[in-house]
Design a protein around this ligand. Structure first.
Ligand code: GLN
Length: 234
């Protein structure tokens, strides 16, 4: 456990087109509200990705930006994971964590090999509200918004992030959404998902901070309830 938490946002300039920067803001808010010191490192191409961070965030991005990001991250993220870091990737950021991903023109790129998943294009883009039944400690229904052409197949070494209640999810392993292997997690859910789902944000923080006092989540819970009540969530 650490006294100051380092959050690394990986290439937000490349992986920042789907509003997932809010995940960093949500984690920072949850730490500052509890008087836990936090340092944020936003690393962009050209600078080395630090290997000593506590939590690494990767967001959604366009196909070309995603392929470039995967190529530039190098072995840094693997070293961080070996040292015990938590990694949370959304959409493109999730696909990059896998073994390989193919874009809509079916060009295949190597992923970082941190999740036993492969991504291939679906016949149609998956766009809309999504609800996922998630079994991570403290979480239940995770709500968000998906917007992806890639679908993902889980290998034996990855468990799903959750089961699809509403929406499309991984599609290539039907009924599943996202993937997890230890402290490496990936999901298709934007939102930003950590702002809409405080329990999920706290699950990520639990690996780093020894005790998490309750904080006022009234606004986030209202936003969640609104999403869950939407006709698209059923
Ligand atoms: N380019 C990827 C896809 O369409 C990721 C999109 C995203 O990050 N929202 O599957």
């Amino acid at each position: 456990m650490t006294s100051s938490v380092t959050i690394v946002s990986v290439f937000p300039g490349l992986l920042g087109t789907y509003g997932d920067a809010g995940n960093e803001m949500a984690l920072v808010h949850r730490l500052r509200s509890r008087d836990v010191p936090v340092e944020v490192v936003r690393v962009e191409p050209g600078s080395p990705v630090p290997t000593s961070g506590d939590i690494y965030l990767l967001g959604g991005g366009e196909d070309r930006a995603q392929a470039l990001a995967a190529d530039l991250i190098g072995p840094a993220l693997r070293r961080a994971v070996d040292a015990g870091a938590t990694v949370f990737g959304v959409c493109a950021g999730f696909q990059i964590l896998g073994e390989t991903f193919s874009d809509s023109s079916r060009t295949t790129y190597p992923g970082l090999g941190l999740l036993d998943v492969v991504t291939e294009p679906l016949p149609h883009r998956a766009v809309g509200e999504a609800v996922v039944a998630c079994a991570l400690p403290g979480t239940s229904s995770v709500v968000g918004f998906e917007n992806h052409r890639g679908g993902t197949r889980l290998g034996a070494g990855a468990e799903p992030f959750g089961r699809v209640v509403a929406g499309v999810g991984n599609a290539l392993t039907p009924g599943t959404e996202g993937a997890r292997s230890g402290r490496v997690l990936g999901t298709y859910l934007h939102g930003p998902v950590l702002a809409l789902n405080p329990a999920l944000a706290d699950f990520l923080l639990q690996g780093v901070v020894s005790s998490l006092s309750p904080i006022d989540d009234a606004l986030a819970l209202r936003a969640r309830a609104h999403r869950l009540a939407s006709p698209h969530a059923h």
